[in-house]
Design a protein around this ligand. Sequence first.
Ligand SMILES: [Zn+2]
Length: 193
Amino acid sequence: MKEFFISTEKEFDDFNSKNLNIIDFPFNDILNSKGELVEKGLACSVSKNLKMNDDCFKTLLALSEFKKIIPFTCSSFYRSEKHPLHDEKHPSQHFFTRAMDCRPAIKTMPFYIQFAKYAYEFYEKQDVKAFGGIGVYSTHVHLDTYKERTTPYWLGVINEIVKGGLVYRYIYFKNFNKMIESLEIMIKEGDWQ
Ligand SMILES: [Zn+2]
């Protein structure tokens, strides 16, 4: 698939009904009647478009399948070069349209851990091998389909809260169960935030 941009809800609906026809994520942000954010859409919140390519297609298919197993909402998907979190030297998987920050329905750490375990099981299935990276944060779980890694699992610990948002410190792991073990110890000892 040649890379192209989708800029409107209608374009996305047309593309979805022709090519994917299973996507259960909003294209634009959904606000409630008070104007508060209910769910983030797939489009970049700054450039208001979505970069569609093979990676994006594959990622959306995998995430739609995963959503049937365990419900969640999206809290970030595509980030264009205009997005404040975009780092030109080290672009994140969100820039390549192959990552989603997922907010599980129950917002407790035991449930986030369960969510990450389900994602790992989903990834490990021989016929799926969907996700490449799994990152656990206190606010969301990051899932991406990028496979070229030596340390595919990580914990994002809040280091400081600045005006523009949260600054994380990352701890990387080669082994998924080691990551979960470390996270459980950090929670127990009060080092997790
Ligand atoms: Zn992310």
